[in-house]
Ligand binder design. Structure first.
Ligand SMILES: Cc1cc2nc3c(=O)[nH]c(=O)nc-3n(C[C@H](O)[C@H](O)[C@H](O)COP(=O)(O)OP(=O)(O)OC[C@H]3O[C@@H](n4cnc5c(N)ncnc54)[C@H](O)[C@@H]3O)c2cc1C
Length: 534
């Protein structure tokens, strides 16, 4: 669908994780022309790295089980979940699992249907999974489905990076949006027109020194939407995963399902003593002091407890102990983790696993309604949608329950595609569309200052805006980020865009949003913890 004025599709989707690909498939099935742009390879996504699984009650008539999933989600969200959203998402889970299966996703089977695992914060076993590589199974199946017959209206462009959303009237969000500008691998910027723009860009873990996220996680969707005037909410709630493998440049995640399987957290010192003195393994866990669920407490509790223990001991890691468990069952359930440990000379089962917390999940994001439509002061921005991790739907409240994010992504992807198919092309007849402002810009010669600024930003976020915040650290972070913003703006105004430049610009915006939300939140709740509010 090329034209002299850029290219045009009914729907432009930014991102090729579960949210982007599922929406793309469903919109195409509904007869729309769809372009997916993705800034790296298709499978470069958090989705592809998800291990544990997807939470779902499969029997739609089992009210007790549905209620239990609702209550676990609300309890994890510490009173800040939108209960209507929670109930609707949990109730739609079974249908979306059927959709995933129909696209070729293979979940592990058990005695009566699918095998269900249990993870931290869940009162029942309800996590569907494919061994410990559920995300790769989902990503692979959805990617394969995009090249099936019947998907002729779907185009996917790798190495195309969305830079900004095009508004119908610049500076007037409620006039709606009509496309995006996209940086291609040849360095040129393409103008893409679309009746609907769907942001499915994932999280922003790259803001922190230690993260479980892939490098694509630079908060691009949140930053683009924010520049476009959209409401961004709950950014203070960054989830740190308590058990990322220590000693790796990019921390590898040890799934919560491992603790569901019986693994127990211990300090290095207590592990030595347990080996000497013996006794119940759970009794030696520091988690006994912090949660009645012990090592299976919710992530916020476990991550902060671990952070506190590390600060006390001065160690760089705690240990996830599995030597009391059946080795064969462990290796059968967690083959990928087993392989990764072996690469580090560790044997799953006999060897304790050194772990520490790492930035993992963005609970907040672009504020959306029940169809994934983005909002400005509570009113819909016509044509702009956000789904998956970049969106904030109200499901998670102050803390995400494990394995609820893939579920949220797929539920909202379905609702969004349904809404777009019904309404977007009518709402959004496109007239004039401006080209990217390239005149007068020169190539960025020196990338070194960007690297230095990125390092400074990540150090600051890790130290001052991480698991434990304080008023004075937040104020210092606010001043620093404002300085970085000025520096970056100077470069941005005079340079042709590069991926590094665009990402740093977006990360700085996300940092600012996290800091401001953290300053505003005057109570310690869920993932937000400020020592001055104790
Ligand atoms: C290690 C790990 C394990 C996890 N395990 C689980 C689990 O077991 N269960 C669970 O429910 N959740 C889990 N999560 C969280 C879950 O995987 C993510 O929340 C979810 O996959 C997000 O899906 P998404 O489609 O929103 O984003 P992603 O899957 O991250 O996809 C984002 C896409 O957007 C693209 N993109 C970003 N910016 C741009 C741009 N400017 N232009 C073009 N493309 C862009 C990226 O390249 C990518 O294709 C895990 C996360 C990690 C990192």
């Amino acid at each position: 669908m090329g034209s002299m004025r850029g290219i045009e599709f009914d729907v432009v989707i930014v991102g090729s994780g579960i949210a982007g690909l599922f929406t793309a498939l469903r919109c195409t099935q509904r007869g729309l022309s769809v372009l997916v742009v993705t800034k790296s390879r298709i499978a470069s996504s958090s989705t592809n790295w998800a291990q544990g699984g997807i939470a779902a009650v499969l029997d739609v008539d089992d009210e007790k089980a549905i209620e239990a999933h609702v209550l676990d989600t609300i309890s994890s969200g510490k009173g800040l979940c939108d209960e209507e959203v929670v109930r609707s998402v949990v109730s739609e889970a079974a249908h979306r699992i059927s959709d995933l299966v129909s696209f070729g996703v293979g979940f592990d089977s058990g005695i009566d249907g699918y095998h269900k695992a249990r993870e931290g914060g869940h009162s029942e076993a309800r996590i569907l999974h494919a061994k410990d590589r559920t995300g790769a199974e989902i990503e692979g199946a959805l990617e394969a489905a995009t090249s099936e017959k019947g998907m002729m209206g779907l185009v996917i462009k790798e190495d195309w990076m969305a830079i900004d959303i095009i508004q119908k009237k610049h500076g007037d969000p409620l006039s709606g949006v009509c496309g995006i500008w996209c940086l291609k691998s040849d360095g040129l910027v393409e103008t893409i027109r679309g009746s609907a723009v769907i942001l499915a860009t994932g999280g922003c873990g790259m803001l922190y020194n230690s993260t479980t996220n892939p490098t694509i996680a630079t908060g691009d969707g949140v930053a683009m939407a924010s520049r476009c005037g959209a409401d961004i909410r709950d950014m203070e709630f960054i989830q740190f995963h308590p058990t990322a493998l220590e000693g790796q440049e990019r921390p590898f995640l040890i799934t919560e399902a491992m603790r569901g399987h019986g693994a127990v957290l211990m300090t290095v010192e207590d592990h030595i003593r347990w080996r000497k003195e013996g006794g119940s393994v759970a009794d030696w866990s520091y988690m006994k002091k912090y949660s009645p669920m012990g090592s299976l407490g919710t992530r916020d509790v476990v991550a902060r407890a671990t952070d506190a223990e590390l600060k006390m001991s001065g160690e760089s890691h705690v240990l996830l102990v599995t030597e009391h468990l059946d080795v064969n069952s462990l290796r059968d359930s967690f083959p990928t983790i087993c392989e990764r440990l072996e690469e580090q000379g560790l044997s799953l089962g006999p060897d304790p696993i050194p772990v520490r917390p790492a930035a993992h999940y963005l609970v907040g994001g672009i504020s959306v309604d029940r169809f994934g439509r983005s909002l400005k002061d509570g009113e819909v921005i016509p044509g702009l949608y956000a789904i998956g991790e970049t969106a904030c739907t109200g499901l998670h409240g102050a803390n995400r329950l494990a394995s609820n994010s893939l579920l949220e992504a797929v539920v909202f992807a379905e609702r969004c595609s349904e809404h777009v198919s019904e309404f977007a092309p009518e709402v959004n007849k496109i007239e004039h569309i401006p080209d990217w402002r390239a005149e007068g810009l020169s190539e960025l010669i020196e990338h070194a200052p960007l690297g230095t600024d990125l390092l400074a930003l990540r150090n600051m976020m890790t130290r001052d805006v991480g698991l434990v915040k304080s008023d004075s650290r937040l104020m210092r972070a606010r001043r620093r980020v404002s300085h970085l913003e000025d520096e970056l703006e100077n470069i941005w105004r005079g340079s042709l865009p590069t991926r590094e430049l665009v990402e740093l610009r977006n990360l700085i915006i996300c940092a600012g949003l996290i800091i401001e939300s953290s300053i505003k939140r005057r109570e310690n709740v869920g993932l937000h913890y400020n020592i001055d509010l104790e």
